[in-house]
Design a protein around this ligand. Structure first.
Ligand SMILES: Cc1cc2nc3c(=O)[nH]c(=O)nc-3n(C[C@H](O)[C@H](O)[C@H](O)COP(=O)(O)O)c2cc1C
Length: 347
C-alpha cells in the first residue's frame, strides 16, 4: 500500500454537531490538512443569530479558515458571503445536505434539482466575494438524472475554486456505497481540483479511492468521529508522513485506547482553552450550553467500540457536567490502556 499513490491533502468533512472548533484544531494536529466548519444557515447569519455565528468561530491555528453556509435564498447567501469575507480565507457553499429541515426550504442537496438556481446562486456569491468560493455537492437528487458532472462544469465556469463531491445522491442519504467512479468522471471533466468524499475509512480505502478517482484531495467524515487520529494513521501507512505519533502504540487494543486517550485529553485541553477565551466575550450563556452538548457527543464517540464501552455509555448518560464528563472519559480510557499494557506484559 505504501508508495502506491501520490500524496494529496486530507480534509476533515464538515459535520454538524461534530466539527466544533476544538475538534477541528485537534484534527489538524492529527494530520488533517483542511478543516471546514459545520454548515450554518445563511438565513440565521443574516439576522445575526448568535448561536449560528458561534458555529463559525475560528482561531489563528486554523488556516485556511473555511466556513460553510447553506440556504435557499440567493440574497441571504450573498449577504452571508459579504459578512464572512473579512474573516474567511475561503467560503464553502453546501449543496450536499440531505436533512429534510434543509431540503424542505430547497437548500442543501435539494438545490441540485434546480440546477439553474444553484448555478445562479453560486455565480452571485462568486461575484460578491473577495475570497474564493468552493462548493460541496452530492451526485444529484436521485429522483432526476445524476447531474453532478454537468453542475461541476457549470460552477467551474462561474468561477468556483474547488469542488468536493460526496459519491451518493440526496435520495440515498447514507445508504449504499459511495460511487467513486462517478467522481472519477467529474475529475476528468473539469480543470479545477475535485475532492473525493464518501466511505474513506482507512489507508486501504484512501488508496483505492485515489486510484479510481484521481482526485486532488480526500475528505473524511464519519470515520473521523471519535477517531481524529485517522489522518495521521493514513498518512503514516501510505508513507506520506514518517513522524511518530504523539501516542505510543504497542498492541492493537492499546494502540486504539492510547490514541483515543491522547486525542480526548487534547480535545478537552483545546476546548477548555477556547472556552476561557469565549468567557471573555459577551454571549457566554449560549456558548456554555453548546460546550457541554458537544463535549457529551464527543465523549460517546471517543469511547465507542472499545472493550467495556457499552456499559460505560450508560454511565455517560447520567453524567452531564463538562468537567465530570472529561474526567470519567479519561478514567475509562486510562483503565483500558493500563489493562492492555498489563496483558501485553503477561503474554
Ligand atoms: C453527523 C454528520 C453531520 C454532517 N454535517 C454536514 C455539514 O454540516 N455539512 C456538509 O457539507 N456535510 C455534512 N455531513 C456530510 C459529511 O460531510 C460527508 O459528506 C458524509 O458523511 C460522507 O463522508 P463519509 O463517508 O466520510 O462520512 C454530515 C455528516 C454527518 C455524519
Amino acid at each position: 500500500m505504501a508508495g502506491e499513490v501520490e500524496q494529496v491533502p486530507l480534509f476533515l468533512a464538515p459535520m454538524a454537531g461534530v466539527t466544533d472548533l476544538a475538534f477541528r484544531l485537534l484534527a489538524r494536529e492529527c494530520g488533517a490538512d483542511f478543516t471546514i466548519s459545520e454548515f450554518t444557515a445563511a438565513a440565521a447569519l443574516t439576522r445575526q443569530d448568535s448561536k449560528s455565528w458561534h458555529k463559525l468561530e475560528s482561531d489563528p491555528r486554523e488556516t485556511p479558515f473555511i466556513p460553510q453556509i447553506f440556504g435557499g435564498k440567493v440574497e441571504e447567501m450573498v449577504q452571508s458571503c459579504e459578512l464572512l469575507q473579512d474573516v474567511a480565507d475561503l467560503i464553502d457553499l453546501n449543496f450536499g445536505c440531505p436533512a429534510p429541515k434543509v431540503t424542505r426550504h430547497c437548500a442543501g442537496a435539494a438545490l441540485m434539482g434546480r440546477p439553474d438556481e444553484l448555478v445562479g446562486m453560486v455565480e452571485k456569491c462568486v461575484e460578491v466575494s473577495k475570497v474564493p468560493i468552493t462548493v460541496k455537492m452530492r451526485l444529484g437528487t436521485g429522483t432526476e438524472r445524476i447531474n453532478a458532472l454537468e453542475l461541476a462544469k457549470r460552477v467551474q465556469d462561474v468561477g468556483v475554486e474547488r469542488i468536493c463531491v460526496h459519491g451518493r445522491t440526496l435520495r440515498q442519504r447514507y445508504s449504499g456505497v459511495a460511487d467513486w467512479q462517478a467522481i472519477a468522471e467529474i475529475v476528468d471533466a473539469v480543470d479545477i481540483p475535485v475532492v473525493a468524499n464518501g466511505d474513506i475509512v482507512d489507508a486501504a480505502s484512501a488508496t483505492k479511492c485515489l486510484q479510481i478517482t484521481g482526485a486532488a484531495g480526500l475528505m473524511i467524515g464519519r470515520s473521523a468521529i471519535g477517531r481524529p487520529t485517522i489522518f495521521q494513521q493514513i498518512k503514516s501507512q501510505l508513507d506520506w508522513d514518517s513522524s511518530p505519533p504523539p501516542w505510543s502504540p504497542t498492541s492493537s487494543i492499546e494502540n486504539q485506547a492510547s490514541a483515543r486517550l491522547w486525542a480526548w485529553r487534547r480535545y478537552v485541553n483545546l476546548d477548555d482553552e477556547l472556552n476561557e477565551l469565549r468567557q471573555k466575550s459577551s454571549s457566554e450563556e449560549v456558548e456554555a450550553h453548546l460546550l457541554s452538548k458537544n463535549r457529551l457527543r464527543h465523549a460517546f464517540a471517543f469511547t465507542k467500540e472499545l472493550p467495556g464501552s457499552k456499559a460505560f455509555r450508560t454511565e455517560l448518560h447520567s453524567n452531564r457536567g463538562a468537567m465530570q464528563l472529561s474526567t470519567s472519559v479519561e478514567a475509562f480510557l486510562v483503565e483500558l490502556v493500563t489493562a492492555s499494557k498489563n496483558q501485553t506484559q503477561q503474554d
